[in-house]
Design a protein around this ligand. Structure first.
Ligand code: AMP
Ligand code: MG
Length: 534
């Protein structure tokens, strides 16, 4: 299978999206409406000094690419300074509901698809540059991205992949050598920041919003073309298009979205901006902006300052927001199906798949494998309630539990003491005594249930360690890596990137990266709170 790796600037690109869909005939870069078309052909705007800051070896291996030197032709491609003859760069036209309101045309305002790279394993991956300059969809903004948000996207997309969460990937982080001015907290303090470009990678970056904009404008033929393209390329098993196939396609999108959100809820990921333009049609986590990782288990928590008023996109809201977004997608697809009601069962299926997937993952995290004879759902629901009442660190709680379970099962006399140590390790100052009591009581019930498991104690513990990450991209760790990178020190970024590739491994030499959030980081801007400024 594996041909020897090639340098990106030698790679042959294909252009299925650009070939299959309607291109805007205008080359005008001016912000404008683009009715009737799926995308606008664009050219990236070159930057002063493109240099490689970070590179994903794992993804590159999947793509059959060799690591480029810090400067040179491949990095010029990754910055948008060089467009290969086989590429037809484009900015996609999409719309979306932002915070519940229809926002009209949005589109790739700073992202550009370069085309698809056929990988050695036969799959094709779209490579998209984020921050490569203005497009007709840039509205009032500059088409650029700052290092801080680009580094966060680069780190988190790869970390999510290694946690087993469906996600877009990131191949490279390239510094541009040009400043980008941003008012980070929208408080009248704009300052120049280092600019960067991330090369993102996914089978496709099509979003719910690509369908929505066409439906909103009554562009039914274009809507059908986009849907047929997506089905033909990514859901070929559904067969040739028909009203029935569109219904089944929507069902698949509902199921994939349910699986993605179930993962978020069991690793403690808060997307932060679940607008419909940030929802992938392939059920991938997409558009890493003001996301965050849950530290104290607080369902109402969001890191996104823009959402502090309503908490619409808080951790605990995500399952129902995804459902609402799917309803908006159903509305957009309705011109293609004879009877809109036919789309309704898929929404019920979303709820069923979400609950089943989340519960299966929670059972794995808890070492519960015995099937059918017991219904664990009430035990799982009461765990989530107790975690919310106790506000302990989710990641530390599960990881420590995994470590302690073998001893709890074999030496029940020491159980009380062990559980106290577990709760102390996971607790934050805000953790409430009453909540901790609830969690202690839950642990007692859990141990009784665990004793019904057929596997031996060591086997259960090992299974749990493989299901509960030790290392996640804690908000303050990302902030520290950014601070260092902005000062020219890439070591913290590289270390974090390496450690997060093996989140379930002990890696004792990196123990401090598994520590729960220190008190100084509690309210720190850029750590506990983030804006959409990027
Ligand atoms: P987001 O909130 O990042 O999902 O972005 C919402 C919309 O704003 C999308 O259409 C983006 O392409 C656009 N956008 C965000 N930042 C920029 C920027 N710096 N330049 C141009 N467009 C942007
Ligand atoms: Mg977006």
């Amino acid at each position: 299978m594996s041909a020897s790796p090639v340098s990106l600037d030698q790679a042959p690109f294909q252009n299925s999206f650009a070939d299959a869909l309607r291109a805007d005939p205008s080359r005008e870069l001016q912000p404008r409406q683009v009715p009737g078309y799926h995308y606008s052909p664009v050219t990236p705007t070159a930057v002063r000094d493109p240099h490689l800051l970070a590179w994903s070896e794992e993804l590159a291996a999947e793509l059959g690419l060799s690591r480029p030197p810090t400067r040179g032709p491949a990095v010029e491609v990754l910055a948008g300074n060089r467009v290969l003859p086989s590429m037809r760069p484009f900015a996609a036209r999409y719309g979306g509901h932002q915070f519940g309101n229809w926002a009209g045309q949005l589109g790739d305002g700073r992202a550009m698809g370069l085309g698809e790279l056929p990988a050695p394993d036969g799959r094709a991956w779209e490579i998209q540059l984020k921050g490569a300059g203005p497009t007709p969809y840039s509205r009032r903004a500059d088409g650029r991205a700052v290092l801080r948000s680009s580094l966060r996207e680069f780190l988190c997309s790869e970390a999510m992949h290694h946690l087993g969460v469906p996600t877009t990937r990131a191949l490279s982080l390239v510094g541009t050598g040009e400043p980008v001015v941003r008012d980070m907290f929208y408080d009248g303090n704009p300052r120049p920041e280092p600019g960067a470009v991330v090369a993102r990678v996914a089978p496709s970056f099509v979003r719910f919003g690509n369908f929505q904009i066409l439906a909103a404008h009554g562009e039914t033929e274009q809507l059908r073309e986009l849907t047929d393209y997506v089905i033909g390329r990514f859901f070929p098993e559904l067969g040739p298009p028909s009203a029935d196939v569109y219904v089944r396609f929507f069902g698949d999108v509902c199921r994939r979205t349910a699986v993605m959100v179930a993962h978020w809820m069991t690793v403690g990921f808060v997307h932060g901006v679940m607008n419909t333009d940030n929802m992938s049609i392939l059920g991938l986590t997409i558009d890493y902006g003001p996301y965050g990782w849950l530290e104290p288990y607080q369902p109402d928590w969001t890191p996104n300052t823009t959402d502090f008023g309503t908490h619409r996109y808080a951790f605990g809201q995500q399952p129902r927001v995804a459902l609402w977004n799917l309803m908006m997608l159903a509305q957009a697809l309705s011109p293609l199906v004879a009877d809109v009601q036919a789309l309704r069962p898929a929404l019920d299926e979303y709820v069923r798949v979400f609950t089943a997937t989340r519960n299966a993952q929670l059972r794995r995290k808890l070492g519960l494998t015995r099937q059918a004879s017991v219904d664990d759902a009430p035990l799982l629901d009461s765990l989530l309630e107790a975690l919310a009442a106790a506000e302990v660190d989710m990641t530390v709680f599960f990881r420590r539990l995994a470590h302690r379970v073998p001893a709890l099962l074999t030496r029940p006399a020491e159980a009380d003491e062990a559980l106290e140590a577990l709760l102390t390790a996971a607790a934050y100052p805000e953790s409430a005594a009453e909540g901790l009591r609830q969690l202690r009581e839950w642990l007692g019930r859990y141990l009784l249930r665990l004793r019904q498991e057929p596997a031996d104690a060591a086997g259960i513990g090992a299974g749990m360690l493989a299901a509960n990450p030790k290392y996640v991209l804690r908000n303050y760790l990302a902030a520290q890596a950014i601070e260092a990178a902005e000062a020219g020190d890439l070591a913290p970024l590289n270390r974090l990137f390496e450690v997060l590739k093996r989140p379930f491994d002990e890696q004792p030499e990196h123990e401090e990266l598994a520590a729960k959030r220190p008190e100084w980081a509690r309210e720190k801007p850029g750590s506990a709170t983030l804006s959409c400024s990027s």
